[in-house]
Structure formats: structure tokens, C-alpha cells
Ligand binder design. Structure first.
Ligand SMILES: Cc1cc2nc3c(=O)[nH]c(=O)nc-3n(C[C@H](O)[C@H](O)[C@H](O)COP(=O)(O)O)c2cc1C
Length: 202
């Protein structure tokens, strides 16, 4: 691959939110997961963990449980019930209609432990940064395989709910959910901030 091809590839990834119902072959899924693990991680501790959900009743269970937690949060925001209902229907339908759902979790078990809060917090941040790297790599690997995906942040707002629904160890802290499948549309490129706004050159 030339530099130009690689640049075009990196810039052509889009968040895909609508999928064809086609099944994603296991070999493709394994390649995507394996490529994700080539992301850089702090001390090379690889604190990422993945839960792959393809079974429709498991997806429904997750969607239903997350919807209960989501609805509680929306009530706290005093949204009108009709608006809440629309958001809940959309949230469930997005999970149920994605051929593959991957829950990306953080496991702090292998990370350093310090005597003070400041360094423990920094260590936690390096671990979450590492997990996020795996998330980006997962989206790029998905794109490389001709599939599409979207990063969904709702699990981080409902970590215990997700842990119970997926029956995963308490050490696995849900960070993000990826909805993956063959793209049913090609979304437009979303504008990027100009470099002058976000970079300080010295
Ligand atoms: C940390 C993070 C959280 C996100 N959460 C959501 C989400 O909950 N729902 C969603 O539809 N997209 C979510 N996205 C996708 C962004 O909306 C998307 O990346 C952004 O609009 C730029 O579009 P692009 O990915 O097509 O370039 C998230 C992305 C990141 C990195």
C-alpha cells in the first residue's frame, strides 16, 4: 500500500450506523479482533477485553437491560415521555439490527498499582487510552475488511447493567460498544476542525 493509499484509507473511514443483514463470517471477525490487539498499550499490558455478541436473544437482552438504565437517566433529565420513548426505541433497534455487537472493556488487573491516588489515576487514564486505541484500531480493521462500524458510548454510562446483562467478570469494565456489519449506506464526510484551530505550531 502506498502512502497516498494509506492516507485515503484512514480518511475514508466513516461511522456506519445502518447495516445489511448479511452475516459477518467468523474468520473476518477474528481478523478484526486480532488486528485490534496490535494497538499500542501502556507498558504493553493490553488491558482491553472484548465481548462479541451475535446471538439475537443475547443482543435483545443487552438492548432491553441497557434501555431500562437509559430510560432512568432520561427521566432525570425531565424529557417528555414521547421523546424518551423515541430514544428508547431507537437505542434498542440499533443494537438489535447490528449483525455484530462488540463490547470493549477495560481490565485494570495487569496495570501498575501505586501507593498514591495521583499515580493510580494516571495509570487508569493510560489504561483507558490504551483501550481507546484498540477501539480505533477495531474501527479501522473493520473498514479494511470492507465492513462498517460505529463507536457507541452508552455502555460507559451503564457499566454495571452491561456487566450483569453479559455475565462478565467485575474486573471487565465496559467502555464502549461497537455495532458492526456490512454498510447499508455511505454517510457523508463530517467536517473536521481546521488545523489552525486545534494545533499550536512552535
Ligand atoms: C468516544 C466516542 C463516542 C461515540 N459515541 C457515539 C454514540 O454513542 N453514538 C453514535 O452514533 N456515534 C458515536 N460516536 C461516533 C461519532 O459520532 C463519530 O465518530 C463522529 O461524528 C465523526 O464521524 P465519522 O466517524 O464518520 O468520521 C462516538 C465516537 C467516539 C470516538
Amino acid at each position: 500500500m502506498t502512502n497516498t493509499n494509506l492516507r485515503d484509507f484512514l480518511r475514508s473511514r466513516r461511522s456506519i450506523r445502518r447495516f445489511k443483514p448479511d452475516v459477518v463470517p467468523d474468520s473476518v471477525l477474528s481478523d478484526i479482533l486480532l488486528t485490534s490487539t496490535y494497538a499500542p498499550s501502556a507498558h504493553h499490558r493490553q488491558p482491553w477485553r472484548f465481548v462479541v455478541i451475535q446471538d439475537s436473544s443475547a443482543k435483545k437482552h443487552l438492548a432491553d437491560e441497557m434501555a431500562i438504565a437509559f430510560e432512568k437517566d432520561l427521566h432525570q433529565d425531565n424529557l417528555p415521555q414521547a421523546e424518551i420513548d423515541t430514544l428508547i426505541v431507537r437505542s434498542k433497534s440499533r443494537i438489535n439490527s447490528a449483525p455484530v455487537v462488540i463490547m470493549l472493556c477495560l481490565d485494570m488487573t495487569d496495570m501498575n498499582q501505586y501507593q498514591d491516588k495521583k499515580r493510580n489515576r494516571a495509570e487508569f487514564l493510560t489504561a483507558t487510552q490504551s483501550v481507546a486505541n484498540a477501539g480505533v484500531q477495531l474501527l479501522l480493521a473493520t473498514h479494511a475488511e470492507g465492513l462498517g462500524g460505529v463507536w457507541v458510548c452508552s455502555p460507559i454510562f451503564a457499566q454495571e447493567t452491561v456487566q450483569h446483562a453479559l455475565e462478565i467478570p467485575q474486573a471487565w469494565e465496559p467502555q464502549a460498544m461497537f455495532l458492526i456489519g456490512y454498510p447499508a449506506d455511505t454517510p457523508k464526510v463530517r467536517e473536521r476542525k481546521k488545523l489552525e484551530e486545534i494545533v499550536k505550531f512552535m
